[in-house]
Design a protein around this ligand. Structure first.
Ligand code: ADP
Length: 425
């Protein structure tokens, strides 16, 4: 087995897919694994993305899992390590971006790393250390209402410093706009000043390509998925779509949506307005009587006697409804309850012949993939920035798209299937 070039550790499932998608498009052959693999790699690839579910767990557990992933990637010969988090820097004051970055740096004896959630293709840009989502600051975006990681500050240096023990610096746009040599000089200067991690401004893909060149010799980079477009060039690889073909799709089509993000709300509404079948899952009903879930299963089964789908089952709700459920059940319990239900529903749907499944929500995708016991995903054609179709060979062959909350166009739930039809062979 050839040593891998890039070893990636992602803190959630859709984030991992998003990263793998960008790496594939930048010319790498990529396998995404679900958790740290038990055995060795079975095929030669350029990059492996290990998907953890460590974004909102206790920091010490996130650190432990990330170090285990690091050890496995090092065993595969990884030349450089990429710690991937959300492009909206989803975290709390405790972490887990800071503690995991610190632990990885210590384990690798790294003296410096970059921090850049920028993903301009998806409207995530950084200027003077402040993160923008589209035209507004992160703290003014819908992320302020996120059920698990509400983001009320947009200053990434301050956010990172709150959860990171060493001094955090900034490589601002004045430097970044001058290109890779200037960025490299700034890294040397910051390292001399004792800065261990620096937020990097980026407004465009060009900035990320320049940053990619500048971080060639760093053992560890930390970023959203955007930086992925700048790294394959360091290994002599060029952008190509040759790695995206998947086997032909088959079976019924279904969507599970546990995301309450603003874009998912719009996507659910759009899908419903188009006249597609849907089932709204009520968390309060579920908390009173778990067998309520059977109603959703029976509903889907009867829909599939009429058509191949797509059908939608969703718990997606507006912020005020989510808050009301959280007041009744607590934030953690509400999240766990819905996630558990989505995991069970995923299994039931596969059993009734679903061969193409779209899941909305990072945490939701994580539980669905775990519940389906999927361990490896081949990355296929991109539907929208950050969301590719994937293919799992085992335990049952399944086409899967895992969509992070705010990703995808408004008609994503109806549009995604056409990408699969057109681009598979
Ligand atoms: P996103 O990618 O949009 O952040 P996630 O799946 O990561 O979506 O997170 C959404 C969280 O909200 C999950 O923990 C999910 O179980 C929870 N959730 C989903 N629907 C509801 C609801 N109606 N009320 C309360 N919590 C919910």
């Amino acid at each position: 087995m050839k040593p891998i070039l890039l070893g990636c550790i992602a803190d959630d499932f859709t984030g991992a897919t998003d990263l793998a998608n960008n790496l594939v498009r930048a010319g790498m052959r990529v396998i995404q694994t679900v958790g740290v693999p038990e055995g060795d790699l079975e095929i030669d690839v350029d990059a492996v993305v290990i998907a953890l579910k460590s974004r909102t767990i206790a920091p010490e557990v996130a650190v432990e899992q990330s170090l285990k992933a690091l050890a496995w990637l090092k065993k595969c010969g990884a030349h450089q390590i990429y710690f991937k988090y959300c492009s909206t820097f989803d975290s709390t004051d405790q972490g887990n971006i800071g503690p995991v970055t610190h632990a990885l740096m210590q384990a690798m004896s790294a003296s410096f790393t970059v921090v850049t959630p920028a993903f301009p293709d998806n409207g995530r840009t950084i200027f003077k250390g402040h993160l923008f989502v589209g035209d507004v600051l992160l703290s003014d975006s819908s992320m302020r209402n996120h059920p698990l990681t509400p983001m009320s500050d947009s200053n990434l240096v301050r956010l990172m410093q709150a959860q990171y023990p060493d001094p955090v610096g900034l490589i601002d746009y004045k430097v970044v706009s001058k290109g890779s040599v200037a960025i490299k000089e700034r890294i040397t200067e910051l390292t001399r000043q004792g800065i261990k991690a620096a937020v990097v401004d980026a407004l465009s893909n060009t900035d990320l390509v320049e940053l990619g060149l500048a971080v060639k010799d760093l053992p560890l980079v930390t970023a959203g998925s955007g930086l992925a477009i700048g790294l394959p060039q360091n290994f002599g690889l060029k952008p190509s779509l040759s790695q995206t073909h998947l086997p032909s799709p088959y079976g019924h089509r279904a969507i599970l949506s546990g995301s309450c993000s603003e874009m998912t709300l719009k996507q659910v509404e759009h899908f419903k307005k188009q006249g597609h079948p849907f089932f709204a899952l009520d968390p309060m009903e579920l908390s009173r009587d778990w067998s309520y879930l059977d109603q959703a299963v029976q509903w889907a089964r009867s829909e599939f006697t009429k058509s191949e789908g797509p059908v939608l089952i969703y718990s997606t709700s507006a912020p005020e409804q989510v808050r009301s459920v959280q007041r009744e059940l607590s934030v953690g319990q509400a999240g766990e309850l819905v996630e558990k239900a989505m995991g069970e529903l995923a299994r039931a749907l596969i059993q009734m012949g679903v061969g193409q499944l779209l899941v909305a929500g990072g945490e939701t995708s994580g539980v669905c993939v775990q519940s389906l016991k999927i361990t490896q995903l081949q990355i296929g054609p991109q539907i929208d920035p950050g969301v590719p179709w994937c293919f799992a060979r085992t335990p049952s062959s399944l086409h899967l798209a895992l969509k992070s909350g705010n990703f995808g166009r408004e008609d994503f739930f109806s549009y995604a299937w056409s990408v699969l039809d057109q681009q598979t062979v």
